[in-house]
Design a protein around this ligand. Structure first.
Ligand code: G3H
Length: 487
């Protein structure tokens, strides 16, 4: 439940959307404010979670799976009643289009339902008895303890719940800190949490992460850290736990997913997939295509068609029909995009599309940048925004080398109509990233597929059944087979 006393400061919330002031300048619209937790409230939330778990003896971790499922079903029902309010807040807080905000909400409901079904299956499988060499064993999926959960701003509901829901339904208790942008939208859910779950199972703390998260981790009482966010932050946080080796981390982190476009690719398909892959929700998806690697023989034609498609994209407000490029959640994000483009331009790259990179308040017109070179920030840095960097290559080894030498290892796309070339690329690539997409863009879904990454991109696996496994451990009850049990 929400905490009542607040010792932290009050933080104003500004919309991604700007309004014009009387002096003609644009300003992010104020949406409200929220009182943040100070360290005392954060520790109070932690104490409630620790008490609810009670070293595995609490009501929640010992509850029958069917009862935990019933609580989750009640929560889902209550959450659905807040659909309109949450969708509206996603649009206003982070600037996501109405269509995508609705998709995010509905996908989350589907995700919860799929998780419930997966848990029933897992539980059925576990309730079977194994008899091996005179010993009877029953394997159980058991919780891990107290989970500190932090979601991202780009999918504030969906990605947060992709960790929160499996963590809770497996019997863990949770301390949950909402993302920096996309905070108010959790308000309608606080009552639902309270109604559906026993006290202490889910404890929400609004606060400045840099203040409260260290205190939570340093307490040593957090058993699982789950964060969808930056690799640097994750590394920094893990070290704060006094027993870092005992801390399970389930992390979805930075990515620089590339598309390799070969001369024998279906050009129309490749362009279409690369545009949506790179620019849907302004490129603010960890799975977005963040580098296009195009064979030199086709790079001119490819970029020409790419530019034509990018120039057709509708730029506007989240509620406008057909809009693709919408406001970024904060002006600081726009400044960062400008910095990346200016850096590339100063080192010899060009923005190929008309008006690419122009700014109006929090709107940043998508920019196709070519040729990107190793000395430019865009070569390796995850832009997480509406910039499409393009490089060209002469031989496959060079294209492969880009992926192999990357610090990231989430996904890659390859575009070719030649099965032999695809075959030649898939084997080395699937050992470098966790999903190779053939003739399609990178993406997380369908949500039952495992979702993870290598190197700096992830730790642990998410998705429906994988997440249930990530937030639990296989324990067992064993007994010697007796003459009675044999009968
Ligand atoms: O931001 C990272 C998300 O996991 C991306 O999910 O591929 O469904 O947009 P998505």
């Amino acid at each position: 439940g929400a905490l009542k006393r607040w010792t932290g400061e009050t933080i104003p919330v500004r919309s991604a959307i700007c309004a014009r002031k009387p002096d003609g300048t644009l300003e992010q619209i104020p949406l409200g404010s929220y009182p943040t937790a100070g360290i005392p409230e954060a520790m109070e939330a932690l104490a409630a979670a620790v008490e609810a778990y009670d070293d595995g003896r609490g009501e929640w971790p010992t509850m029958a799976v069917s009862e935990r499922i019933a609580c989750m079903q009640e929560f889902t029902q209550l959450m659905m009643e807040s659909r309109a309010a949450i969708v509206e807040l996603i649009m206003w807080e982070i600037g996501k289009s109405r269509v995508d905000s609705e998709k995010e909400f509905d996908r989350t409901i589907d995700y919860i339902k799929a998780t419930i079904e997966a848990l029933k299956e897992l539980d059925n499988a576990n309730s079977r008895f194994l008899v091996v060499e005179g010993t009877i064993g029953q394997i159980r999926r058991t919780p891990l303890g107290v989970v500190l959960c932090m979601g991202p701003y780009n999918y504030p509901v969906n990605e947060t719940f992709a960790t929160l829901i499996p963590a809770m339904i497996m019997g863990n208790s949770v301390v949950f800190k909402p993302p920096t942008y996309g905070v108010l939208l959790f308000n309608p859910l606080l009552q639902a949490f309270k109604k559906a779950f026993p006290p202490g199972v889910i404890n929400t703390v609004y606060g400045k992460g840099e203040e409260i998260v260290p205190a939570l981790l340093e307490s040593g009482k957090i058993n699982v850290l789950t964060l969808i966010g930056s690799s640097k932050v994750a590394d920094h946080l893990k070290k704060m736990h006094p027993k870092v080796n005992r801390l399970r981390a389930i992390l979805g982190l930075d990515a620089k997913n590339a598309a390799i476009v070969l001369p024998d690719a279906d050009m129309n398909l490749a362009v279409k997939e690369c545009v949506t892959g790179a620019l849907s929700f302004n490129g603010q998806r960890c799975t977005a295509l963040k580098m296009l690697i195009v064979h030199r023989d086709i790079v001119d034609t490819f970029t020409e068609r790419l530019v034509a498609e990018v120039e057709k994209l509708k730029i506007g407000m989240p509620w406008e029909k057909g809009v693709v490029i919408t406001p970024l959640p904060d002006i600081s994000k726009v400044r960062h995009m400008t910095r990346l483009v200016e850096d590339a331009k100063s080192k010899g790259a060009r923005v190929l599309n008309k008006d690419g990179g122009t700014v109006c308040g929090t709107l940043f017109a998508p920019a196709v940048v070519y040729p990107v070179k190793e000395n430019m920030l865009l070569y390796r840095e995850e832009q997480f925004g509406p910039i499409v960097p393009v490089i060209s290559f002469d031989d496959l080894e060079t294209a492969l080398e880009y992926v192999i030498t990357s610090e990231h290892g989430q996904q890659v796309s390859i575009f070719s109509e030649n099965p032999e070339t695809i075959g030649h690329l898939v084997d080395p690539l699937v050992n470098q990233v966790c999903r190779v997409n053939v003739n399609c863009q990178c993406q997380r879904g369908p949500d039952v597929f495992p979702f993870t990454g290598r190197k700096d991109s992830a730790e642990g696996t998410l998705s429906v059944t994988d997440a249930l496994r990530s937030f639990s451990i296989r324990s067992m009850v064993a007994a010697k087979q007796t003459d009675d049990s044999k009968r």
